[in-house]
Design a protein around this ligand. Sequence first.
Ligand SMILES: NC(=O)c1ccc[n+]([C@@H]2O[C@H](COP(=O)([O-])OP(=O)(O)OC[C@H]3O[C@@H](n4cnc5c(N)ncnc54)[C@H](OP(=O)(O)O)[C@@H]3O)[C@@H](O)[C@H]2O)c1
Length: 264
Amino acid sequence: MGGILLQAFLKNNLLSPDQIVATVQHPERALALSAQFGVEVLTDNLAAAQYADIILIGVKPIQVPALIELIKPALTGDKLVLSFAASVKTRSIEDAAGPIALSEEKGLAVIRAMPNTPAMLAAGITALCPGRFVSEAQMAIAQRIFQTVGRTVVVDEKHMDAVTGLSGSGPAFLYIIIEALAEAGVNVGLPRDVATLLAAQTTYGSARMVLETGYHPALLKDAVTTPAGCTVDGILELEEGGLRVTLIKAVKRATQRAKELAAG
Ligand SMILES: NC(=O)c1ccc[n+]([C@@H]2O[C@H](COP(=O)([O-])OP(=O)(O)OC[C@H]3O[C@@H](n4cnc5c(N)ncnc54)[C@H](OP(=O)(O)O)[C@@H]3O)[C@@H](O)[C@H]2O)c1
């Protein structure tokens, strides 16, 4: 996800290469990425955090506390920390930053984000929520950053695990649906490439219909469903197979797991 964001920043001229310092864990990857993107890539997180005004954190949730501990000396009151690690609460980063970050009445500015992988095509959606010490101007910066990879929405932090279960994990659920539709097309005699194109473009077009007409999905579904036609027979099979309930359960399970990730 960090790589996707880095490429989007460069492509959109949000920042010039000399304004970015990235870090990874493995030195050989740092070298390769630096050559690939023309930006400085280090393995020294503290040095990068000292250099930056805005610090994006995208390691695995379980790694976040140790990382914050490491970069703590760089977390002064003028920095903005933007974490897109699933499950990790703004409060836990604020608290981990400790008194070094805190002036008398103001703590470290931490914004939590949950992007998703369609960000790679600037078709992602990122939910953002502010921590306790974030200004409107800092939220605007975060929105500007994540708008390079798609849409943004601001939510209360209590909804972030649900966002993770829905739009964070959602692309995987939808790929399975697209794969199954394509498999179905093959089953009824279509060549696989045609079946995959039909399934994917139909999913894309249907999503655009929901977004651009603003109509309730049920109304759009009704418009496809001719009385005594073929679609309604298909819908009957979907309901019997429990697609709707299965998707609801999938999002609920993913949301539940998202609550646990920060604890390992
Ligand atoms: N994948 C998604 O769809 C998605 C969506 C939203 C949020 N997220 C969140 O994004 C975070 C990363 O997920 P991912 O899928 O991008 O994982 P990933 O592909 O495994 O990437 C993790 C990156 O972190 C680097 N790294 C690990 N430890 C480090 C350290 N101590 N210092 C500096 N860099 C370090 C790794 O470096 P090396 O390359 O050297 O190993 C790697 O480049 C997670 O918290 C996840 O919850 C992911």
